[in-house]
Design a protein around this ligand. Structure first.
Ligand SMILES: *Cc1c(COP(=O)(O)O)cnc(C)c1O
Length: 412
């Protein structure tokens, strides 16, 4: 018997220890929401190949086409030539490279704040920040549709969690009133743009509430970075409240095209996170090539705002055409999109997955998203427009979406 067979034998699915996982997978198959990962064969782009099939890609977060931008490639390659491929340690031990500091300064300057710290991802930026700036005696007020990384950070902090109804500022105020005489710190947190529906958080009104009640204001701008605000500075800039938001989180993994997350705020906030945020302390920093790509991306945001204009004109066109064709793209039983995130609401999980598979077979890639990522009965195929889609690609995608939806009787 070869070594390979022996190893396979030992981890075979017949071992009883993990049988409960196999049973749950079987349940997903029966519900019709089991999925296989689709594998990208080439670079992330408006037209690319998944599982060997050429598709118009409506599924990525590559809003500005930077994943594959020549200037980011050049910057990454030059950094590899100069500094190698790895940083060799966590930031606090020996893994802070000059280029990491340059990136943090670049972002702080771009955002108009005192300081910035870069994390390995947006997920770790949220989870590491929320969990380290609050403790057991404190309170977190969180929008019910906030991102999973905020929820995890809130749980890790062991603070008391109060969830307000989606974008409901009055409800948030009621909750703040209930705890106003409690001694703990209060943190109000919202996504700048909600990732499943594409609607914009009430950042301005919540910032006002925070001032009234002496609460800390935090915004997660993962889907707003590079999309909203002047040159893509995000939702906080869009609402003109940079001075009134204490903690701004962003990602480098979506519009910025590479990988990472960051927190912007006061010098003391950032210094504190250097000392206390666990992903910063216990997980190795970015390869220098990633930091270099991100620096090049911020240069592009500063110097090529036409990408953001194209993103928005493509979005307007795509959404108008879908609405005209009779699709529910939010605003009926789900929040209405105000950004390039365009959900096609189907409702039933199985039908949603069938629709996603059918359009894929005709050359359009848009992912089906069902419970538990979105509420039960609100399954959708989520499309995200980018600045780099051409008119003819968008028209071709619309033709496939509409034809398939008609055949499956999904249009009203
Ligand atoms: C994607 C996302 C994150 C996580 O960012 P990564 O850089 O991909 O880890 C955090 N918050 C929101 C709202 C997101 O959509």
């Amino acid at each position: 018997m070869s070594i390979a067979t022996t190893l396979l034998g030992e981890t075979s699915s017949k071992r009883p220890q993990l049988a409960h996982l196999s049973a749950q997978l079987e349940a997903l198959r029966i519900q019709g929401t089991y999925f296989k990962l689709r594998v990208l064969d080439d670079a992330q782009a408006p037209v690319c190949h998944y599982d060997g099939r050429e598709v118009i890609n409506l599924a990525s977060n590559n809003y500005l086409g930077l994943c594959d931008h020549p200037k980011l490639r050049e910057a990454a390659t030059a950094a590899i030539e100069k500094y190698g491929v790895g940083s060799g340690a966590v930031r606090t031990i020996a893994g802070t490279m000059r280029i990491h500091m340059e990136l943090e300064e670049k972002i702080a300057h771009f955002k108009g704040v005192e300081a910035c710290v870069v994390f390995q991802s947006g997920f770790t930026a949220n989870a590491g920040t929320v969990s380290s700036i609050l403790g057991k005696e404190d309170f977190i007020l969180s929008d019910e549709l906030n991102h999973a990384s905020i929820i995890d950070g809130a749980r890790l902090s062991r603070a008391k969690i109060k969830v307000f109804r989606h974008k409901d500022v009055e409800h948030a105020e009621e909750l703040l009133k209930e705890i106003q005489n409690e001694p703990g710190h209060k943190l109000v947190i919202t996504d700048g743009v909600f990732s499943m529906d594409g609607d914009i958080g009430p950042v301005g009104s919540l910032a006002y509430l925070c001032e009234k009640y002496g609460a800390i204001m935090m915004v997660d701008d993962a889907h707003a970075s590079g999309v909203l605000g002047r040159n893509g500075r995000g939702s906080v800039d869009h609402f003109g409240c940079t001075q009134r938001v204490d903690v701004q989180v962003g990602t480098l993994s979506k519009a910025i095209g590479a990988l990472g997350g960051y927190v912007c705020g006061s010098r003391d906030l950032i210094d504190y996170l250097y000392h206390r945020a666990r992903p910063f302390l216990f997980s190795t920093s970015h390869p220098p090539s990633v930091a270099a790509s991100c620096i090049a991306a911020f240069d592009i945001l500063e110097n090529e705002p036409d990408r953001i204009e194209r993103l928005w004109s493509n979005t307007r066109y795509f959404q108008e055409q879908l609405t005209h064709a009779g699709f529910d793209i939010g605003g009926r039983t789900t929040p209405k999109s105000e950004t390039p995130i365009t959900p096609i609401i189907i409702g039933d999980g199985r039908k949603t997955m069938e629709f996603s598979r059918a359009i894929f077979e005709q050359g359009v890639m848009a992912t089906g998203i069902a419970f538990p990522t979105v509420p039960e009965g609100k399954a959708r195929v989520r499309c995200i427009m980018t600045s780099e889609h051409t008119q003819s690609q968008i028209d071709k995608a619309l033709e496939v979406l509409t034809g398939t939806a008609k055949r499956m009787e999904l249009l009203s």
